[in-house]
Every structure is written in structure tokens, then in C-alpha cells.
Design a protein around this ligand. Structure first.
Ligand code: AMP
Ligand code: ZN
Length: 448
């Protein structure tokens, strides 16, 4: 039985999908710069979700959006457009920026062995749907127009505060005075923005007789409506999405279509680096490439992510990444050991691993079980399916090609030709293999 923590109810409950195919939506990246390792944790955890669902016998249809439309830097519909910022920084058009960072994101995605979503939805492909949704919200009386755009009147949606347990009075009292004087309530947000004369904004679409662009949250509601049909089964995102982004997606969906957006909501927590928040000014904004320069692969990083629970705050250090890398090597050497011993696998351990991940995706517990288990090749295959770690692929049985070298070295040692034995040891080391001489004969393992 699969149990998941549902933010909607603030409790862990049994997961029961509405139909045979589990409909999942994952809020994707804004493609204006490289994803840092904090951003990437979310996609690793939601990959685990998809893999666990599949291992539990469910079929999955997942949509991941790519926010390639210019949105404002802050949640509060203020500040500079992120894509315009990227374009200026790199002397490119906003469209080139979006294309380039989609490519970069998908490269990271594949390096991390993340299961491709069934639908990759670029926000700019859904502008028509966005406009129709705004039409519907207008028709249903949920929005009002200002000089600045079309705004959602959050007072019209009784349940607005429910999802994030917001204190709307407090929000109203705390609102800054200069904060869009035309807004009726502090929590109101733009569903569509008008481009003001003189405003630099290359991405623009004509709607309501003026150039403009959709507000940030709208794409998720309209993409879900078009590609999956609400209510979907599971909606995922980071915890920062709860009070604004997801709250507003839910409100828009209700106003446009009169429906609930999702039945289960999963949110992953944030990571810090050396105890600090990730920020450019601290110089700790690492990308996968930065980890590679220090000798760590994407899968070492994935091991690090899955060594913790998606709901806990994690602190990234290079020491903990080194430990995760070592752990992956240890597991690979369990496979190497299996090639040499053919001990039977441990059935209970495998059941324990499945029970752990089905208990609200408890990957750290599953990992501890694997640390102490002897598994068969078939079971390692299941572990690979469950976590996407390429353990088997990266651990070939050397018997076929390098075993002759081990035999030769053995013979050299027997004839006391130590020079030759050392030479063969070095040759094996080049293949990342180390041979230890035991009472039962030589035992090989991977050193990298
Ligand atoms: P950003 O492009 O900076 O808005 O980040 C996109 C998403 O990545 C955010 O909405 C978060 O859900 C996630 N994110 C950003 N920073 C972190 C972090 N330090 N740890 C985990 N997730 C993060
Ligand atoms: Zn979203």
C-alpha cells in the first residue's frame, strides 16, 4: 500500500488514484539560467515518486512544464522579467535564452537518469488556452482589470486561504502601501499583465486590445486542464510554492473551470549549502558541472539527494557528497561480490526496501536497508528501476575480459615473478579494479 503525505490535508494517507492511469503534474523550471543543485533536488524526488508508483503497479501520465514565458522576478507580480534579464546578460533574444536553457535543463535531466515525462509542456505553447481561461474567469466574475493587467479578486474565492492556511487579514494589514494601489486585496494577483508603453518585454501577445503576457501561475492551471484534465491525482512542487504559486493555481482553476485542481499535493523541502541558503552572493550556487569539476557525477549527486527524505531540509557539503559517492561505490562492489560468490539474494531486504519507499517515499530508510543487504542481480535490477542509479550498467562483470589478467597475476605470484605481478596489478588499476589476495584466492573489486 502506497502512502503519501498530502499537503492538502496535512497528513499522510493511502494513495488511491481516480483511474488506472495516475495523472501527475510537476511544476518545472523557469528557463532563464542553469538549474542549480537546489532546483534539481525536486526533480530527483519526483522521479522517485514516478518510479515508486510504477513499481507499485500504477501506470503514470506525467506533465512537466517549462516556464519559457517572461515572468517577474518576485512572487508579487513585481520586478524584472527573468527571461529579459537572461537575454540582457548574454546578449541574446529571450527566445534563444529559453531554447538554450531548456536544452541545458534536459541534459541535466538525462544525466540524472530521470524518467522523461509523458508530456513536456512549454508555457508559450499554451497562450491561447491562457486567454480562454482569463475569458472564463471574467465571465464567472472572478477578475477585474487595472491599468496594469487583469487581476484575480481573491475575496471572490471563499477557499482562497485554505490550501496554505493563510492569514488574509494579517496579509492585508502587512501589505506595503505602494504595492499596486489598484489592487483590491493584498493577496490579489495578476492573471494577465499588460505591457506598458516603453516597457521592454519581447514576449508579448495581443489580448484585450493591448500587448501583454500571462501571469505566472496561469500556465500550470491551463496546461493541466488541456493535457490531463482536472482533478489530477498528484501535483508536485517545492514548499515555497504553497502560499502563492499553488494557492493561485487552485484559485484560477476554480474560477475558470469550476473544478478542483489536484487530489494530492506533494512538496519537497529546501537544501542549504554549508548551512547557508543558496545564493549568488555567497558563491555557493553549484551546478552539476561544478560538481563534475570536483570529480562527482550526476548520479553521485542523485545518491546524495535520495540519501535524505524529500520533506526534510538538507544541508549539502562536499563531505556528504563524497560519502554518497562512496556509498554508490560500495553498492557496486556488492554487485561485484555477487559475481564472485553467487550467494542467494535476501528476499526480506527487498520487501523492506519497497515498504520503505511506499511509506511516503522514505528513500533514506530504503538506502540503509540496501547498505546491509545481500541482493541478487535480479534484485539489483529492481533497485536500479526504483532509483535510476545505473548500478548494474556501471558495474560490468569483469570475468569476460579482465579475469585473464587476474589469473595471470595469480600465476606470476605463484612463480614469484613479482615484477610481472605488479605490472598486472597496475594494468587492473587502470581498469578501476583492485585485487585483494585472500585465503580463498584473489577477490576483485571496483575502486572507482
Ligand atoms: P527559482 O528558479 O530560483 O525560482 O527556483 C525554482 C524552484 O526551485 C523553486 O520554486 C524551488 O521550489 C526550487 N528551489 C530553489 N532553491 C532551492 C533550494 N535551495 N533547495 C530546494 N529547492 C529549491
Ligand atoms: Zn506550477
Amino acid at each position: 500500500m502506497l502512502k503519501l503525505y498530502n499537503t492538502l490535508k496535512r497528513e499522510t494517507e493511502e494513495f488511491k488514484p481516480l483511474s488506472e492511469v495516475v495523472k501527475i503534474y510537476t511544476c518545472g523550471p523557469t528557463v532563464y539560467s542553469r538549474a542549480h543543485i537546489g532546483n534539481l533536488t525536486a526533480y530527483v524526488y519526483w522521479d522517485l515518486l514516478v518510479r515508486v508508483l510504477k513499481a507499485s503497479g500504477f501506470d503514470v501520465k506525467r506533465v512537466l512544464n517549462l516556464t519559457d514565458v517572461g515572468h517577474l522576478v518576485s512572487d508579487g507580480d513585481e520586478g524584472e522579467d527573468k527571461l529579459e534579464k537572461g537575454a540582457e546578460r548574454e546578449g541574446k533574444t529571450v527566445w534563444e535564452i529559453a531554447d538554450n536553457y531548456i536544452k541545458a535543463f534536459m541534459a541535466d535531466y538525462r544525466d540524472l537518469e530521470l524518467v522523461e515525462p509523458e508530456v513536456l509542456a512549454r508555457a508559450t505553447d499554451y497562450i491561447e488556452e491562457d486567454m480562454r481561461a482569463v475569458d472564463l474567469m471574467r465571465e464567472h466574475g472572478f477578475v477585474y482589470e487595472t491599468k496594469d493587467g487583469v487581476y484575480y479578486d481573491t475575496a471572490k474565492f471563499d477557499e482562497y486561504a485554505d490550501f496554505a492556511r493563510l492569514n488574509l487579514e494579517g496579509l492585508q494589514a502587512g501589505a506595503r502601501v505602494e504595492f499596486s494601489a489598484e489592487k483590491k486585496n493584498a493577496s490579489d494577483f495578476a492573471v494577465w499583465k499588460f505591457i506598458q508603453p516603453g516597457e521592454r518585454h519581447a514576449m508579448r501577445w495581443d489580448y484585450l486590445g493591448r500587448p501583454g503576457y500571462p501571469g505566472w501561475h496561469l500556465e500550470c492551471a491551463t496546461i493541466i486542464h488541456k493535457e490531463l484534465g482536472e482533478p489530477i491525482d498528484i501535483h508536485t512542487g517545492g514548499i515555497d510554492h504553497i502560499p502563492v504559486h499553488h494557492t493561485n493555481e487552485i484559485a484560477e482553476c476554480f474560477a475558470a473551470y469550476g473544478t478542483k485542481l489536484s487530489r494530492y499535493w506533494l512538496h519537497c523541502n529546501f537544501i542549504t549549502i554549508d548551512g547557508e541558503k543558496i545564493s549568488k552572493s555567497l558563491g555557493n550556487t553549484y551546478m552539476l558541472d561544478d560538481l563534475a569539476k570536483q570529480g562527482f557525477t550526476a548520479l553521485d549527486y542523485k545518491m546524495w539527494v535520495l540519501s535524505g527524505h524529500y520533506q526534510s531540509t538538507r544541508n549539502f557539503t562536499f563531505e556528504s557528497l563524497a560519502a554518497a559517492k562512496q556509498r554508490r561505490l560500495n553498492w557496486r562492489n556488492k554487485i561485484a561480490e555477487y559475481y564472485q560468490s553467487n550467494l542467494p539474494g535476501d528476499r526480506d531486504a527487498m520487501d523492506g526496501v519497497m515498504a520503505a519507499v511506499e511509506n511516503n517515499l522514505n528513500s533514506p530508510e530504503a538506502f540503509s536497508i540496501i547498505d546491509n543487504a545481500n541482493l541478487s542481480l535480479e534484485q539489483w535490477g529492481l533497485i536500479d528501476q526504483l532509483f535510476g542509479l545505473k548500478l548494474l550498467e556501471d558495474t560490468p562483470d569483469i570475468s569476460a575480459n579482465s579475469y585473464a589478467l587476474i589469473k595471470e597475476r595469480e600465476e606470476a605470484r605463484e612463480t614469484r615473478d613479482f615484477a610481472k605481478a605488479d605490472e598486472l596489478r597496475d594494468k587492473l588499476a587502470e581498469l578501476n579494479i583492485e585485487v585483494n589476495d585472500t585465503a580463498d584466492g584473489p577477490v576483485w573489486r571496483y575502486i572507482k
